[in-house]
Design a protein around this ligand. Structure first.
Ligand SMILES: CC(=O)SCCNC(=O)CCNC(=O)[C@H](O)C(C)(C)COP(=O)(O)OP(=O)(O)OC[C@H]1O[C@@H](n2cnc3c(N)ncnc32)[C@H](O)[C@@H]1OP(=O)(O)O
Ligand SMILES: CC(C)C(=O)C(=O)O
Ligand SMILES: [Mg+2]
Length: 554
């Protein structure tokens, strides 16, 4: 039996912040982004990336527009160290990109980290130690004062070595993370951060980064926002700090926590592509950036080749992007269901007319903006309706079914798709359409048709096969179609009917015929039936459409 949660777990105490301001703020501009793919993402992989995979990813991150990239934990392994050296020695870091490295507050590790950075143009040295009650108790077995001493000592060890970088021209920014910040008492997080600030002495001209991680997501995003606002309001010398967010996704709200944290006053966001990272992952930066984009704010990151980015990510990390992953997943712009397809199709047509503000139902952004095609948007299975079927026929083959004919063919296609029990392609739908309308050759099939006339009086002569027997028929009317209808009823024994609707269209090359005609007839007992015919000759296409409609009355 499951333990009662009340006896095993406890609610996370919210921060006391009665006059919180973040709920009425809006995000007006992109934050400073820092990708931690090559460190936090990498450390969470069963098989971490090798140097060449890390180089590939580094280049891709630069291409997306990241100006700050945490490239690794150089004291962790030879791979991590030599990756840094290759980036620096091979001059692979663009002038406007800063590399960031992570290190614990330990002397040997700090020493190695500094060595790994010699020769770089600009770097962020990111030091962390963990501060929550559970970490203090279990991992370090230290009091609050002793944990502060670990942080101050690490900060000093770094400070003492800075001249080795700055003297050779490297610009260094310092970053401190009270790891497990969101599970730490805010007063203690402030105290330890201020202790590090005392050592590093940041100024408004030479700021340090204070990164406040939701190392393990333990609370609701509004609580994280309260914590961030509390720190922003209460910490000394706020103007000398760049407040940075670093969320994980244990409760599934990493994106929300980051966005609310930005409302609460943060300046900077750390995260990874597609949310790779420890356990349930880091914040997915693509999501937050695209959320800004869909509100009309330039995210200052370029995800216009989303498929290329996914290919690189999957190749280098061995991870996959789930099909429902916001913005990037394979199915996130796809509608299978009928009413959604109908609305999207109408919305896309409407957008084509005005081309101003994107307002297509069910699509948060224009899929083209991230390099996706419209043919991925509407896909047909048994949940689909006539709109989806018509969309595929039109977008893939230029077949523009009259609206009323869509109502007739939609359910026919739906029954077939339902019995197949799978998704169908546009080509299969075309085949269904051809079988249902164009290839209907019994009981009547046309062999030869000829009509001539003047001043609204036409005569036609045709040969047909009826029930496997060749017959010749003639008729008269005010046009070739009317003459043919007369011949069919009078000489071929077709039941009485009249043509009530007619449309024709030309087809693009490659479809095997240049004209497609649609005819709707009304039989003697009032039944409405559509027919369709194709031919290189438009007159013959319409005559064939009449035959198709008559054959379909049975
Ligand atoms: C939330 C995060 O993502 S933090 C980043 C985590 N990333 C990584 O750990 C990846 C890279 N890490 C590594 O390769 C290794 O852990 C190394 C090289 C950093 C250290 O290796 P080792 O010293 O062999 O082992 P290990 O990590 O187990 O060391 C733990 C010790 O460091 C101490 N420690 C842990 N974090 C810190 C810190 N930030 N500052 C100071 N000491 C720390 C622990 O208390 C523990 O001390 P103890 O040995 O007295 O119990
Ligand atoms: C090192 C820190 C910033 C970290 O990755 C975390 O707390 O999640
Ligand atoms: Mg992390």
């Amino acid at each position: 039996m499951l333990t009662s949660p009340a006896t095993k777990y406890q609610r996370f105490d919210p921060v006391k912040l009665p006059n919180r301001r973040w709920p009425s703020q809006t995000i007006e501009k992109a934050p400073i982004w820092c990708s931690v793919d090559l460190r936090d993402g990498n450390q969470a992989l069963a098989v971490p990336m090798n140097v060449s995979q890390k180089l590939d990813m580094f280049d891709a991150l630069v291409k997306c527009g990241f100006k700050e990239i945490e490239v690794g934990f150089p004291s962790a392994s030879n791979t991590e160290f030599s990756f840094n050296r290759r980036l620096i020695e091979e001059k692979r870091i663009p002038d406007d990109v800063t590399i960031q490295v992570l290190v614990q507050a330990r002397e040997d590790l700090i020493e190695k980290t500094v060595q790994s950075l010699i020769g770089a143009k600009q770097v962020v040295i990111h030091m962390y130690n963990s501060t929550s009650p559970a970490q203090r108790k279990y991992v370090f077995g230290k009091s609050k004062e002793e944990i502060i001493a670990v942080a101050k000592n690490g900060a000093k060890l770094i400070k003492d070595r800075l001249h080795r970088l700055t003297e050779s021209g490297t610009k260094v920014t310092l970053q401190y993370s009270p790891e497990s910040f969101s599970a730490t008492e805010v007063e203690f997080a402030k105290e330890i951060s201020e202790a590090v600030m005392e050592v590093w002495q940041p100024t408004p001209e030479n700021k340090m980064i204070l990164n406040l991680p939701d190392t393990v997501e333990v609370c609701m995003p509004n609580v994280y926002a309260d914590q961030i606002e509390w720190i922003c309001t209460n910490i000394k010398n706020r103007e000398s700090l760049i407040i940075s967010l670093h969320t994980h996704n244990d409760r599934g709200t990493g994106t929300a926590a980051t966005e609310l944290g930005l409302l609460a006053g943060a300046d900077r966001v750390e995260g990874t592509l597609f949310g790779n990272g420890e356990r349930t992952g880091n914040l997915d930066i693509v999501q937050v950036a695209m959320n800004l984009y869909m509100h009309g704010t330039d995210p200052k990151l370029d995800f216009s080749n989303m498929n290329g980015l996914i290919e690189m990510y999957e190749r280098t990390t061995g991870m996959t992007v789930p099909p429902r992953h916001p913005y990037s997943g394979e199915l996130v712009f796809t509608a299978f269901s009928g009413s959604h397809q109908d609305a999207i199709k109408k919305g896309l047509n409407g957008y084509d007319d005005h081309k101003t503000i994107w307002d297509v139902p069910y699509l948060t952004i224009d899929p083209h903006d991230i390099g996706r095609e419209y043919h991925e948007v509407i896909r047909v299975n048994s949940q689909s309706g006539k709109g989806g079927v018509a969309y595929l026929l039109e977008s893939e083959f230029g077949i523009e079914l009259p609206k009323d004919m869509q109502r007739e063919f939609g359910p026919i296609a739906n029954d077939i798709v339902d019995s197949l029990g799978r998704e169908v392609s546009g080509a299969e739908l075309k085949q269904m359409f051809w079988k249902e309308y164009i290839e209907r050759e019994t009981p009547f099939s046309l062999h030869h048709f000829h009509a001539d006339g003047v001043d609204g009086v036409f005569t036609c002569r045709c040969s047909m096969v009826k029930d496997d027997r060749e017959i010749g028929i003639t008729g008269e009317g005010n046009g070739p179609i009317a003459a043919f209808v007369d011949a069919l009823i009078k000489d071929a024994g077709a039941p009485k009917f009249e043509v009530v609707s007619y449309r024709e269209q030309s087809l693009s090359s490659g479809t095997g015929a240049s004209a497609l005609a649609y005819i709707q007839i009304k039989t003697g007992n009032g039944k409405l039936v559509w027919g369709a015919g194709v031919d290189t000759n438009i007159e013959l296409a319409s005559i064939k459409a009449v035959v198709s409609a008559v054959n379909r009355t049975k």
